[in-house]
Write a protein that binds this ligand. Structure first.
Ligand code: AMP
Ligand code: ZN
Ligand code: FE
Ligand code: FE
Length: 285
């Protein structure tokens, strides 16, 4: 059975493998296709695409855009990004500013709590886009926490003492921009966080006319019941299905490329079906 991974992160955001290392790993594992979907950037894509050509593995250009809802953050994957993503620049600029402000506020909260941590130390952990995993790395290095999980539970996660929400555009905007670019907007890990009954259904209903293309049915943090729920929702709104590990290298050590926590399997036919839906819309694959 040919397997794929359509949700991964590199050093272009908060993963620890460079784009070419990631591609080499995917090829080494025998994956048939890989999408690189770094947070709020397309920076790693050219390097990954070139490496994929050399390794003979199918590559899908992608990204994962952060958005804000009344129920917290929601992530929108953009699959099949074109080479020219200039139309995304304004959106990404807005996200970068929101992220920067949020990082400053979180480091301030950590300092107010008596922890010796500076923005410079956090930035030194990141090659580009700075985020909470880099704060976690500093907290761990300084012995304030044992591991990343503890850093998020105690300090950085939504219930953590230093948590500050990130301001971002609404998911409708991300979906519209991606669709205008000819990319395929897919709601990432739709059931990752508990939300009120019917909330996701309403969101999908609203995003469908904006151009939502699919839902991520397979993800390292989603169980079989959730997979079934997402598939039912996709049927209801005639949406495609996608899947990936959300691999971050050493920043999420319990998640492996392709196989997630061990039992993830995303079949190549998932990609074929997504491509079929694109062709039906006259979009390139
Ligand atoms: P940020 O972009 O700064 O909001 O950080 C988001 C990243 O933090 C996600 O991509 C995850 O890699 C990581 N993350 C979020 N929640 C957790 C958690 N509970 N444990 C470990 N990593 C997490
Ligand atoms: Zn991440
Ligand atoms: Fe995400
Ligand atoms: Fe992700």
């Amino acid at each position: 059975m040919k397997l794929i991974d359509l949700h991964t992160h590199s050093t272009a955001s908060d993963g620890t493998d460079s784009p070419s290392e990631l591609v080499a790993k995917a090829a080494g594992q025998g994956l048939a296709a890989l999408a690189l979907t770094d947070h709020d950037t397309a920076r790693g894509l050219d390097e990954a695409e070139e490496a994929a050509k050399a390794k003979g593995i199918e590559f899908i250009r992608g990204c994962e855009l952060s958005t804000s809802t009344d129920q917290g953050e929601m992530h929108v994957l953009g699959l099949f990004l074109p080479h020219d993503c200039g139309a995304l620049d304004g959106f990404l600029q807005c996200l970068r500013e929101g992220r920067k402000r949020r990082n400053v506020l979180m480091v301030e909260k950590l300092r107010e709590a008596g922890l010796d941590i500076s923005m410079e130390e956090v930035e030194a952990k990141a090659r580009s886009s700075v985020g909470r995993p880099h704060m976690a790395a500093v907290l761990k290095e300084k012995g304030y926490v044992r591991d990343t999980n503890e850093a998020f539970d105690k300090w950085l996660g939504i219930k953590g003492k230093a948590y500050v929400p990130k301001l971002a555009p609404r998911p409708e905007q991300a979906v519209r921009i991606l669709r205008e670019l000819g990319a395929s907007p897919v709601l990432a890990h739709p059931l990752l966080r508990p939300r009120p009954e019917g909330w996701l259904d309403n969101l999908v209903r609203d995003l469908k006319p904006a151009g939502l293309f699919g839902l991520e049915a397979w993800h390292s943090a989603q169980n079989e019941a959730q997979e079934a729920e997402i598939k039912a929702l996709a049927r209801k709104y005639d949406l495609g299905l996608s899947g990936g590990s959300d691999y971050h290298g050493r920043n999420k050590p319990d998640i492996q490329l392709g196989t997630g926590k061990g039992n993830l399997r995303v079949e190549y036919k998932t990609l074929e079906k997504l491509k079929g839906r694109r062709r039906a819309l006259g979009l390139p694959c």
